[in-house]
Design a protein around this ligand. Structure first.
Ligand SMILES: Nc1ncnc2c1ncn2[C@@H]1O[C@H](COP(=O)(O)OP(=O)(O)OP(=O)(O)O)[C@@H](O)[C@H]1O
Ligand SMILES: [Mg+2]
Length: 117
């Protein structure tokens, strides 16, 4: 199943509103594309959280070259390639929680969360 379809289903099941579903699908698409464009492909884990808060958490992992300067990578408009440089910064704005862990030579992990309540 495509990442977008799987994330849309999970978001719907977790009772995210339509706008938040779309934000999560858009973010997932951006991060998945980065793992393909820069990370040599990777994995995504979709988690439904049902605790004090409920929502969806997505964990993207790749074993690509990693990111040397994370602040720079998160800067609006900065790209090392030919993109718009808005994938990471835009995703951070769309999500309730955003974590990026990366080291050169050790790959990249991006964890994003959207709460339904
Ligand atoms: N998984 C990754 N592995 C290695 N480098 C990455 C990864 N994800 C992002 N980067 C680096 O961070 C930069 C910024 O990523 P971002 O998604 O914000 O912009 P972009 O992919 O260059 O362009 P856009 O997403 O707007 O098309 C990338 O150009 C790349 O250098
Ligand atoms: Mg990108």
């Amino acid at each position: 199943m495509q990442v977008r379809t799987a994330v849309r289903k999970a978001a719907l099941a977790a009772k995210l509103g339509l706008v938040d579903q779309t934000k999560l699908v858009t973010a997932a698409s951006e991060i998945a594309r980065n793992t393909l464009d820069y990370g040599k492909g990777g994995t995504v884990q979709i988690e439904r959280i049902e605790a004090a808060k409920t929502g969806i958490r997505l964990t993207f992992q790749d074993q690509g070259p990693g990111i040397a300067n994370i602040d720079l990578a998160l800067t609006d408009g900065w790209t090392s390639g030919s993109g718009m440089g808005l994938g990471l910064s835009g995703t951070r704005r769309l999500m309730d929680e955003f974590q990026l862990a990366s080291k050169p030579g050790e790959g990249t992990t991006v964890i994003i969360t959207k709460w339904s309540r």
